[in-house]
Design a protein around this ligand. Sequence first.
Ligand SMILES: Nc1nc2c(ncn2[C@@H]2O[C@H](COP(=O)(O)OP(=O)(O)OP(=O)(O)O)[C@@H](O)[C@H]2O)c(=O)[nH]1
Ligand SMILES: [Mg+2]
Length: 217
Amino acid sequence: MFSLFYGLWKYIFSKTEFHVLILGIDKAGKTTLLEKLKSVHSNLEGLPPDRIVPTVGLNIGRIEVANSKLVFWDLGGQPGLRSIWEKYYEEAHAVIYVIDAACPSRFEDAKSALEKVLRHDDLQGAPLLILANKQDLPDAASAEELARYLDLKKLDERVYIFEAVSAYDGMGIKESIEWLVGVMERSKRTEMLRARAGVTGPWCLETVQCCCFPCFL
Ligand SMILES: Nc1nc2c(ncn2[C@@H]2O[C@H](COP(=O)(O)OP(=O)(O)OP(=O)(O)O)[C@@H](O)[C@H]2O)c(=O)[nH]1
Ligand SMILES: [Mg+2]
């Protein structure tokens, strides 16, 4: 009986943990974004941009939004490091793909790297947040311009959105993360990862309770 109530209490009050991959080619602004995310969503002061160096391994950041814990995995985007990305796909609930919207000469590289990510089986159904970063720069392409340029055919099969942000001044970041949390909570991919981890939901408790107690769920 104790374990039944403990299970119910734990289910209601524990926060869901989501793993979010931050991908994009080098210098897109991934690590700057991660540091900004920490300061926007927690009391932690992130590293200032002038102290951020190109990522060679992995940076991890954690924040809490409403009833969710988010763990971000920020990976290096240099060409020689992109083969490491796929090692993290299986466990990811969603992907944030960062693009330097002020650098059109690198759009093609960003597009082909993203197409490769989307083709990978291990990321099937993962919601996708594409960020047109560096909006503080005068010539940055808007989210709509970037979407038109990328013209990604495979996107129709998954939940996605293009958002304009600046990892420098924080523009658009809060809204983007709130969107991501909402879609991850409802996504089939989250259900699949939960089932794989053996996490049970209230439907199981309901079944047990209906046998032993009046149904109150
Ligand atoms: N103006 C402007 N510059 C930015 C912004 N975000 C990042 N930068 C700059 O872009 C450069 C690259 O930023 P990083 O965060 O290191 O980029 P990254 O995508 O993590 O790069 P890798 O780790 O090499 O994959 C740095 O000089 C940042 O200061 C932004 O929103 N606005
Ligand atoms: Mg980096």
